[in-house]
Design a protein around this ligand. Sequence first.
Ligand code: HEM
Length: 357
Amino acid sequence: MATPTYWDYLQLDKLLDQQGGLGGEVSPDELHFIIVHQAYELWFKLVLSQLRLARDHLAAPHLPEERVPFVVHHLGRVNEILKLCVDQFRVMETLPPQDFLDFREKLTPSSGFQSFQMREMEMVLGLAEGQRAPYGNVHPLAHIRSFGEATPAALLARARIEAASQETTLRDALIRWLARTPIQGSSPGDAGDDAAVDGFLASYLGNAEVHAQSGIDALVAALGEDERARITERVQAGLDASRTFLLPEDRAARRARAALLFIESYRELPLLAWPRLLLDTVVELEEQLLLWRNRHARMVERTIGRRVGTGGSSGVDYLDKTTQQRIFPELWAVRTALLPRNQLPPLDAPERYGFAG
Ligand code: HEM
């Protein structure tokens, strides 16, 4: 075997020969445009591999405590990549609007909308179809499928989204893991588990009412008695939302949400330390993805204003709607329900959450 070299190991001859675009002359500005997009796609490739690793750990029927740090580690890497991806738009923005217009028509109607790796990331994470922002009459996945086998890349795009649509999502794996978490020392399958979960939720919501009342009194004292009705209505709406969120009919969903509340509330317990880090890491991931979407939309607005996209969407209006998409709404919603430490229901069986010797 030949002596290993840097260029052979990284296949630089092939990598550096892939910036020719659609053929013909590629101006320095277009080279910039191509390389920024390719750099993103390479990061997306790494993000996908890390998401799948994390998902595989999390989806195991039993996740031993010592494996949770692996999940956090891989998702933490995704978060660092996403932060870089958010910042990378600064490089894209060095392309002034008119310099982009010089070659924009050449690309039409291709668009980042066709980034099948972005769609794969959304699918592996677990973006529900009903959560997608409306994109006129073209559905992102149907759009990719519509190219059939036109080119090897179209074939690859289609195969990749079909395979991703069959995978367990990170979201499903996380919710199933949450639903198995011991709550007040009780695990699914234990005698009286439903009662333990409901008892925990009832005492939490009871304390939340007391807490809400003291919140109303404090605000009224600060803003004046005239404001009482308006403040009470708002606080009551928050309480009602928490009740609806914490008491869904579906038992598995209720258990998973109670577990979220439990982990977030008693996060100092040794055995909950890694689970709560995991939840923080997933929230950060969703936050970074939303920041990416927002940053992309602002970069697009700066470059092409409010004109229609090369993919034919309403452009910035469509992109702004995608910033409303949430894959892990429960992880955000639980924050509204949280109580200060001194108002938490007392812990049953705290010894179950210590480290085993
Ligand atoms: C001058 C630079 C860019 C412009 C003007 C631009 C414009 C747009 C527009 C208007 C859309 C909406 C779909 C359409 O009608 O085409 C879109 C979607 C998209 N773009 Fe860009 N883009 C740019 C750079 C990038 C870069 C560097 C990436 C990195 C991969 C990217 C990734 C995407 C993705 C993934 C979508 C789909 C978003 C979704 O449907 O959720 N774009 N882009």
